[in-house]
Design a protein around this ligand. Structure first.
Ligand code: ADE
Length: 272
């Protein structure tokens, strides 16, 4: 996969030289190219922003410089047969970036990221490229970063580990929370390694039993309980068809315990 990133802070992306992504690059699975947006300015100050039309706080990134930069990067051409890149614009006002979206991106041969600083990029840039490329405005969460660079790091790392050959054990990708399949909408439960007892805390006995089917069932129980506690919104999205009898039993126990705790806490908390 080829990834181009245009930013006023290309040095922000040094984390992509280490660990999993760094190794994927060394092995030729991932070709990441960084570009300094200011290289496409024409004034001595290398200006990339200006005041917003209509007033308001902050500055807006100028369309001309982004247009020249994106055109130049596209003109360099991507991997053979790739056609044009899919353009990804990180913004808090975008569509949520999820594991499903990451799986979609992992199938693309060429991604182009355009992270913005300040109040964002003049909206005509997205309008212009929508007519030529597939353009996605995506948000990594309901909070506002100082710029899109950190969002690009998040997206690239999430996508990179899905590429064939990047993670040794393909099963670990399949078992991920949020991955389509049996674990979809479930958080993974706790994990343990040696020693069997640490500071008086034993590893749950079942994990030492060697009984694979019972261990798998125990892990699913833990996943259901953890999701109920941490992400009730995900429990509400579970497909009833995907739940077996034991799943329903575990969830019923969770609900009973939750209701009993709410009752003890008093009528005020019964509302939620
Ligand atoms: N830029 C600023 N905040 C962001 C967010 N939450 N997601 C993606 N890009 C952003």
């Amino acid at each position: 996969m080829r990834i181009d990133i245009i930013s006023i802070f290309p040095e922000y992306f040094t984390p992509l030289e280490v660990s999993l992504v760094g190794k994927a690059r060394e092995r030729g699975i991932l070709d990441i190219r960084l570009h300094q947006l200011r290289d496409w300015t024409h004034d001595v100050h290398k200006t990339v922003d200006d005041t917003p039309y209509g007033g308001g706080p902050g500055m807006v990134m100028k369309p001309e410089v982004w247009g020249e930069a994106i055109d130049a990067v596209i003109a360099q051409g991507g991997p053979e047969g790739a056609g044009l890149p899919r353009m990804i614009v990180p913004t808090p006002s975008g569509r949520p970036f999820t594991q499903r979206v990451a799986l979609e991106y992992a199938r693309e041969p060429w991604l182009l990221f355009t992270p913005a600083r300040y109040e964002g990029i003049d909206a005509r840039v997205v309008d212009e490229y929508r007519s030529r490329l597939r353009v996605d405005e995506v948000s990594i969460g309901d909070y506002v970063l100082a710029g899109g660079e950190a969002a690009v790091l998040v997206i690239v790392e999430t996508v990179a580990r899905l590429l064939p050959g990047v993670i040794g054990n393909a099963q670990s990708v399949a078992d991920d929370s949020f991955a389509p399949g049996p674990m979809e909408n479930l958080l993974e439960g706790p994990v343990y390694t040696k020693p069997p007892v640490w500071r008086g805390h034993p590893v749950p006995e079942i994990l030492l039993s060697g009984h694979h089917a019972r261990i798998a069932r125990w892990r699913r129980d833990q996943a259901l309980r953890r999701t109920f506690e941490m992400r009730p919104d995900l429990i509400a999205r579970l497909d009833p068809e995907s739940l077996d009898e034991r799943d329903r039993e575990v969830l019923a126990e969770c609900r009973e315990r939750h209701e009993a705790a709410a009752f003890r806490a008093g009528p005020q908390s019964m509302a939620d």
